[in-house]
Design a protein around this ligand. Sequence first.
Ligand SMILES: *[C@@H]1O[C@H](CO)[C@@H](O)[C@H](O)[C@H]1NC(C)=O
Ligand SMILES: *[C@@H]1O[C@H](CO)[C@@H](O)[C@H](O)[C@H]1NC(C)=O
Ligand SMILES: *[C@@H]1O[C@H](CO)[C@@H](O)[C@H](O)[C@H]1NC(C)=O
Ligand SMILES: *[C@@H]1O[C@H](CO)[C@@H](O)[C@H](O)[C@H]1NC(C)=O
Length: 412
Amino acid sequence: MQFFNSQTLALSSLLFLVANAAPSPTLKQRNPDTISLAKRASCTPTAGGASSVDDVPAIESAIASCGSGGTIVIPAGKDYYLNSVLDFSGCKSCTFNIEGTLTASNNLTYWATQTAIIYMKDIAGATIQSLTGSGVIDGNGQAAWESFAQDSSLKRPTLHYIDGGSNIVIQNLAAKNPPNVFFSVKGDATNVQYASLTMTAKSDSTTAPKNTDGFDIGASTYTTLTNITVSNQDDCVAFKPGANYVTVDTITCTGSHGLSVGSLGSTNTDTVQNVYVTGATMINSAKAVGIKLYPGGSSHGQGVVSNVTYDGVTVTNCDYAAQIQTCYGEDSTYCTTYPSTGTIAGVVLKNFKGTTSTKYAPATANLDCSSAGTCGVTISNWSVKAGSGTAEVLCANTPSTLGVTCTDGASG
Ligand SMILES: *[C@@H]1O[C@H](CO)[C@@H](O)[C@H](O)[C@H]1NC(C)=O
Ligand SMILES: *[C@@H]1O[C@H](CO)[C@@H](O)[C@H](O)[C@H]1NC(C)=O
Ligand SMILES: *[C@@H]1O[C@H](CO)[C@@H](O)[C@H](O)[C@H]1NC(C)=O
Ligand SMILES: *[C@@H]1O[C@H](CO)[C@@H](O)[C@H](O)[C@H]1NC(C)=O
């Protein structure tokens, strides 16, 4: 047998809690709960104990046995090796408790053909969590970053990928060193919650951990990020085409490209809408928050950004506190001829404070809207100081109702 049942202890303490709960429910009312708890299966896959042994078959067997409403346990102090894709097929309202460590192999040849290390396709109900907070998902990305620095055609997998599905919770764990993006959600997934995650991409050489976006949120509704700490290279959170109803509450990002809408309109009409970010602490980022739209012309599509609020952003040593680019991916000559015809509507930047770096000082923001698009941006309670000199906000094609004093000269 690859795994054994270890539910007895947990179950008896749950029953103890139920039995000692407030006296209001009668015994009769409690019974159905007790029965459904008793039925909940728990599987603990056996770890092979060496990086040469792929633990994915044992974990997938545990999902097959316990995945329908049950719990899969990765115990504390144990290392499990993911030498192939861990596919959550068979999980339906499953709980996956990681108290130990899952470590991906660094077989770059294998991973080059895979989308993700941990893959969830159309999963209805899943919680991946650490009860103690000790659980770690380690993408072991150093070899991939080194190889990518030599050959940028190398394909690298996302650490955890949600393609469709609903009611998925990822919480209270650490994720580190993904070969590429940490967490992706797309495929019209709905109700995905990421909470209390500590995410670190740190190279042990001078090679940067390239493209380690914290979150790529694509076509989906009702994705929430709460209490998140990210240290990485590239976007901390990217709101990608199709992202709708996304809320981010309390996030600290160090060293990233910030909280970024886009890029949109590369070849299609791309929409990002209904995003609310509150309580962002942005440290050493290229920009704290931003929007990236491609320009016009027959080879490009159009970007649409609607109802996006950044509320309460503290900036420390970021190059810009805010940046709007409507000439993304082309040069200014091109964009003069083919300006973006995209829509920016209902974008609100409020309660920004802190100090930018000296890189573009005294500019603290660069808001380059398009002469041929719309620029529905309002700024209020903006008190960002420049790394040196008297702070100014660079603008182009912004409305007179913007809410801050503009200095000409925005670009990008
Ligand atoms: C790496 O992956 C490739 C492709 O799947 C496989 O052929 C090869 O045996 C793997 N190498 C090791 C050391 O496991
Ligand atoms: C926030 O997340 C951290 C782990 O990154 C956790 O230790 C802490 O308890 C969480 N705080 C709240 C309020 O949930
Ligand atoms: C704007 O987006 C927020 C965040 O998703 C949402 O709560 C709100 O209802 C949206 N407003 C409108 C007018 O759709
Ligand atoms: C202005 O923003 C600061 C944070 O930067 C906040 O503490 C304060 O309450 C805001 N004031 C108003 C009037 O919203």
